[in-house]
Design a binder for this molecule. Structure first.
Ligand SMILES: [Zn+2]
Length: 323
């Protein structure tokens, strides 16, 4: 029997869900914008509507398990999430909410950065021993795949590279820290800085508009990307020194800007990396793009699927499964 799983990706900008087969092929999918409200129930209803819609494309009894990747922090043991960029949800029972739509199936919850890294490792062609995945979007998340396994950390939150401090005197971060990468290199942080430094009104006021103008040579837009690249490079070089990374894979909406981010990023890494083992770390744009998170969530679900022992992705997880 071939396993089919439901993969769910919960982000500050959008929710996505898909039916994924054991070979990683995506059969049905849908997305919905994340409601910007403080009403937890409204946000939950949007997610459940999406899950119901995608699950309706599966045959009765076909779904073997569910994998959820969510913006963090997450509590994989309790099944709850408190995403920094979804203020309506604090200690929100995400596993319970999805379980009401897809009852009696094992459900695994992980951080979105973990899912992105695992998805890239599984379907993006990475086989090396130490990989860091980074999602640069509304927020900045990440995940470590070490010896083919996600390194979760004791609370399930290892890899939060967006909240590594790279500026000791930097601005306060919504997480409570100071000078976090996210305060310099997330899409909203870049746009905020650019607007305060003379980026002209009349452009689409988001990271995509900023990337467009950086490509056209607007100096403030270019500087916003250079600043973000510097912050990311500082964190990447520090992480490489700590963990001895083979590969860093960068995805997310801001990374989709391409060369306007990656050219200054490579330059900044080259300027900051000193030790030979740090200099050997390779930096890649995400091969899977927006699908990495869903595929990683699917890999977790396949690993938890009772019928999928012979079809597992090349990883096994520490995550606890509910259901
Ligand atoms: Zn922070």
């Amino acid at each position: 029997m071939t396993a089919t799983v439901l993969a769910v990706d919960v982000g500050g900008t959008k929710f996505a869900a898909a039916l994924v087969d054991a070979d990683g092929s995506i059969r049905a999918r849908a997305t919905v914008p994340t409601p910007s409200t403080r009403d937890a129930g409204v946000v939950a209803d949007a997610l459940r509507g999406l899950v119901d819609k995608v699950a309706s494309h599966s045959a009765a009894g076909e779904l073997s398990s569910v994998g959820i990747g969510s913006a963090g922090p997450v509590d994989p043991v309790a099944g709850t999430v408190s995403p920094v960029n979804i203020p309506a949800w604090r200690d929100f029972d995400l596993v319970g909410a999805v379980g009401r739509s897809v009852p009696d199936r094992p459900i695994v919850l992980a951080g979105d950065g973990h899912c992105m890294a695992l998805g890239e490792y599984w379907r993006g062609g990475f086989t090396t021993r130490a990989m860091l995945g980074i999602v640069v979007s509304t927020g900045i998340g990440g995940g470590l795949v070490i010896n083919g396994r996600i390194f979760t950390g004791p609370t399930g939150n290892a890899g939060h590279i967006g909240h590594m401090s790279v500026d000791v005197a930097g601005e306060l971060c919504p997480c409570g820290g100071r000078g976090c990468v996210e305060t310099l290199a997330s899409g909203p942080a870049m746009v905020r800085w650019a607007l305060a430094h003379g980026w002209l009104e009349g452009h689409p006021c988001d990271a995509r508009g900023l990337a467009h103008d950086a490509r056209a040579g607007h100096p403030v837009a270019e500087e916003a990307f250079a600043r973000a690249a510097d912050a990311l490079a500082t964190a990447i070089v520090s992480a490489a020194a700590l963990i001895d990374l083979d590969d860093v894979v960068i995805g997310g909406g801001v990374a989709a800007a391409g060369d306007v981010l990656f050219l200054p990023l490579r330059k900044a890494i080259d300027a900051r990396a000193g030790l030979g083992f740090v200099r050997r770390t390779r930096v890649h744009a995400s091969p899977l793009g927006a699908d990495a998170g869903l595929l990683g969530a699917a890999a977790l679900a396949l690993d938890a699927a009772p019928s999928a022992e012979l079809l597992r992705p090349p990883t096994s997880m520490d995550y606890q499964t509910k259901g």
